[in-house]
Design a protein around this ligand. Sequence first.
Ligand code: ZN
Length: 87
Amino acid sequence: MGWGASLSKGLHMITKEVLTCEICQEPIHPHPISGWAQGHNAWPLHEGRCCDSCNNLVIAERISRIANSDVLNWGSYGSEAHHALPS
Ligand SMILES: [Zn+2]
């Protein structure tokens, strides 16, 4: 786990090291056009990095979390704040 934190701090550094997708365990290949080889942030499915195809799953998970929980939490915060206002 320790190397993950240092990796995110050093993402601006160019590295030849091939990363491994934390979700499917396949190597993350450099993007054919941009050369970007750092993959994608795998949160919330995993800590660390993931490949292009798994990134679709990550994005779907983020969307479902926003739809299912975060918006509801924000909504309850909003209603509490609303009730606290003098009417
Ligand atoms: Zn993957």
